[in-house]
Design a protein around this ligand. Structure first.
Ligand SMILES: [Zn+2]
Length: 470
């Protein structure tokens, strides 16, 4: 029998055992956010340790992080072949509100070829798909086509507070050529899709202070600078009405969207009119020269998130306020760095601050952008695996938001990252009645196995191309 039919026969044979394992993992209420479930998180990690060992992985550890542990296992006998990291997370979101669940969240049920339960999709489905793919390859061939390192985190749903330190401390252990992160959705419906990357972010606050107290605008108006007026001047200096951001050098490091990716974005199923009317706006707005989908995923943006100061009760109070404040956020794209953008913001704010007020700019949060190009060998290997197993070529899109885990692997370990998930966006992850499509679960296992085959045909050098650009 061929490799492929051996694998198919093994998967056929092991179906019931596989479902039992998957359901067993979903039964463990590993809610990372709630202290009363800390033992359950540890139980899920121990459960996975045993699952990895039984599946033939080596050097399996439950590694302490200071929070919920990270489960690690590897198989490193594919001499000369690339080394891949696969990431997933075993923790889940809290299940409340319980009354909206049609079945108990941690007593998963099968219905209409779906598994319904908290974590059934996000992210225990992918964690299990990765383990079962490794198991199937090792049982049928005795070896893997790549060197593989599995990393299953227990704190993704609370912002991965210990992941970066763990990755940094274990840099040697985690040496690799590519990372596959399976924690993203398809773009629309049940058509498979690869997410090419995520935007970064920078969150800041501007504080303007003027006179030591609110002043009578009749007595002092004309003599003293008004902090709210100054804040309006500052904000207006950051962005043109047409959407172009005015910080000097802001676009210098922006990698233009490649013609290949522009074509991929243009072919995504997206009804702009329906989108606009669903948002209840008369017109969409943003940077000239780019489509709406490009602007909201592959171009940098600046938004004012909040603004306050002065008198806001009903009626009139004639004052020059003592202070004014704004919160603002940038979404960033490769190769912009939040630190550089923050320095440019601070300089621009200082330059545009009128005399008579003081200004402070504070950085509140940041995340790096990361994109692995569509024509990167790792992206193409994953795409070939998806097309061969799902019978349809994947769509390619970028996520407009930030997924910090992606930047952790791309930046701290300097790896190209392929974001390959297996669920449609309406799987109700984080919501009541979360479900996983079981046909996708099965096809996903075959896709992952084939993806390792595809990557195994490449040389490590082919994959080490820096993950930037589009
Ligand atoms: Zn997730």
């Amino acid at each position: 029998m061929s490799d492929a039919s051996d694998l198919a026969a093994f998967l056929e044979r092991s179906h019931d055992r596989r479902m039992e394992a998957y359901i067993g993992l979903v039964r463990i209420p590993s809610v990372s956010a709630l202290p009363q479930h800390a033992d359950d998180c540890r139980a899920a990690a121990e459960w996975l340790r045993n699952d990895l060992i039984a599946s033939g992985l080596e050097h399996v550890t439950v590694s302490e992080t200071g929070g919920h542990p990270i489960v690690y296992g590897d198989w490193l006998h594919a001499d000369g072949a690339p080394t891949a990291i696969a990431y997933g997370h075993y923790d889940v979101q809290p299940a409340d509100p319980y009354e909206l669940w049609e079945s108990a969240p941690f007593e998963p049920i099968l219905r209409d070829d779906r598994l319904i339960g908290r974590g059934a999709e996000d992210n225990k489905s992918c964690v299990q798909m990765h383990v079962r793919a490794v198991e199937a390859l090792l049982r049928t061939r005795g070896r893997l086509p790549v060197n593989l390192k599995l990393v299953f985190e227990g704190e993704e749903e609370i912002g991965s507070p210990h992941l970066d330190d763990w990755l940094t401390a274990n840099r040697d252990l985690l040496r690799a050529d590519v990372a596959i992160i399976s924690d993203t959705d398809f773009f629309e419906g049940n058509r498979p899709a690869i997410c090419l990357g995520v935007r970064g972010s920078l969150y800041a606050q501007i504080d303007v202070t003027g006179p030591g107290r609110d002043l009578h605008s009749g007595t002092y108006g004309g003599a003293v600078a008004n902090p709210i007026q100054a804040l309006a001047t500052i904000i207006a200096s950051l962005k043109n009405p047409d959407g172009r951001i005015l910080l000097p050098g802001f676009y210098d490091e922006v990698v233009e969207i490649s013609p290949l990716e522009r074509a991929a974005i243009a072919s995504l199923p997206f009804d702009e009119d329906a989108y606009r009317s669903s948002l209840e706006v008369d017109a969409l707005a943003g940077e000239p020269g780019y489509t709406t989908l490009e602007r909201k995923t592959a171009r940098p943006t600046l938004d004012i998130n909040g603004i306050w100061g002065g008198f806001t009760e009903s009626g009139a109070k004639t004052i020059i306020p003592a202070e004014a404040h704004a919160k603002l956020s940038f979404r960033l794209v490769p190769d912009q760095r939040p630190d550089t953008i923050f320095a440019a913001l601070r300089d621009q704010v200082r330059r545009s601050t009128p005399a008579g007020v003081r200004v402070e700019v504070e950085e509140l949060a940041k995340a790096l952008p990361t994109v692995t190009p569509l024509d990167h060998p790792a992206t193409q290997a994953a795409a070939r695996a998806i097309e061969a197993t799902f019978g349809v070529a994947p769509l390619f899109y970028r996520a407009g938001g930030s997924v910090p885990v992606t930047a952790s692997f791309a930046d701290l370990l300097d790896l190209p990252v392929v974001l390959m998930g297996f669920a449609p966006p309406n799987s109700q992850a984080h919501s009541p009645n979360e479900w996983m499509d079981l046909a996708n679960f099965e096809t996903g296992i075959r896709t992952i196995a084939l993806c390792w085959d595809e990557l195994g045909r490449l040389r490590p050098d082919d994959l080490r191309r820096r993950s930037s650009g589009g």
